[in-house]
Write a protein that binds this ligand. Sequence first.
Ligand code: DAH
Length: 347
Amino acid sequence: MNDLDDLVSQAERDFAAAGAPAELEDAKARYTGKAGRLTDLLKGMAALAPDEKKTRGAQINQAKQRIEALLTARRQALADAELAAQLQAERLDVTLPGRQRGAGGLHPVSRTMARVEAIFASMGFDVADGPEIETDWMSFTALNNPENHPARSMQDTFYVDMQDEAGRWLNLRPHTSPMQIRYAQAHARRHAGAAHMPDIRVIAPGRTYRVDSDATHSPMFHQVEGLWVGEAVSFKDLKAVYLDFVRAFFETDDVTLRFRPSYFPFTEPSAEIDVQFGSGPLAGRWLEISGAGQVHPQVIRHMGMDPERHIGFAFGSGLDRLAMLRYGVADLRQFFDGDLRFLAQFQ
Ligand code: DAH
């Protein structure tokens, strides 16, 4: 074994001992670097005779090539080992179940609203939507509320720091009843001068607001307004329509309605509608679900129609209340707390 073979095997051992790329590059410098041993050998050739130089030069070059081949092989081995270690460390267990994306769903009150809309639509009712910020005239005056009616007071109605043309504060509508006026006015305008005006048959579900908060009242709640006005609409139509609705909504014929005399400024006569289930957890109890009545002649006038000719009924039902009864929820506030554990049960 000559000195060059010796050098090559030393390099091989050194490279093998390098456990990381940086160590390997240090080892490489010791052989082929500027002050490396091969470089020293090449420098040492200066003193040799020309033909000795030739053979020695060829031998050194050969040794250099072998060292470089060893280096390349060791580099590759280190890179392979590093990749293998990384793959091991970042290994994924593809047999684990994936993280599922929550599917989301409709809020129980939204579901109730959709259900009410579908039932009334099947009975030929249009579905209307309107503003939640209302004028004093729409919320109260048009609905025949006297100037000093307590509903206007700050204790019941939220006011908005904005005035209408009459200089009156706008309000967050305390009921959906202004939609009776808005819808009927547009209808009456559309059919002005016609020999026959088609009946108005509409429901208007939506958000309503009142200064009120306990287990059965929330400052924001939902109502559904109903209106049927024509030339021969009577209280019996109200009874029939509402009974059909309640049966469809609760999916039972085992339900009784009671029309209890009441008072609203915009209806005369007025009634509260109570339901009683023949079976189930609420069986036998009378539960109030709606106000209703025959539309007051003054309101018919404000709708742009003639009370001598047009007559009808209206109702305003608590949508949240309907949802509570249908789903058996005791505290209204649960609908609006945003607790997913509660809400997810309705999906
Ligand atoms: N607007 C009434 C309320 O919020 C409910 C109501 C009663 C609506 C009688 C009506 C009705 O349309 O005829 O208390």
